[in-house]
Design a protein around this ligand. Sequence first.
Ligand SMILES: [Cu+2]
Length: 160
Amino acid sequence: MRKGRNNILNVLFSTSVLLATPLYVHAGDKYGGREAVEVDIREWNLTLSKEKVKAGNVGFAVKNKGKETHEIAVIKLKNDAIVHVGRLPVDKHGAIDEGTMDFGEIVGEIEDIKSGADAKQLIKLDPGRYAVICNVVEQEEDGSIEAHYSMGMHALLEVE
Ligand SMILES: [Cu+2]
């Protein structure tokens, strides 16, 4: 399913170049980046328009298609952290403790993206593996704690 979606995006990309209406390229151009990644966030997933980009300044164009406020954090994973991006170490609430994590470091973050809002940022990425996650933690009315990362808001981005 995921592969199929990427193929469609690749076709759109080629077509837009041919028609000189570079909609897909534009997000990168605006920020001077050679690459752009569109990030859709909603309850409870986070999807990237590409799984792989070239190193350098990468434009992230985020759209919150959900009802709740979300964020994205881009974490460069250490080389030896060959772990599924959905199985990173979490605290008791199911969130990633950004202060003590030892499997990688945050290289970029866009916080407080409201429902329906867009957010864009250029983030410099070196080659490697990255986890793109929403690390929002909130308390529900019944007192339970909801950690968006553990609910499924994560994706892997490879930079070459
Ligand atoms: Cu979230």
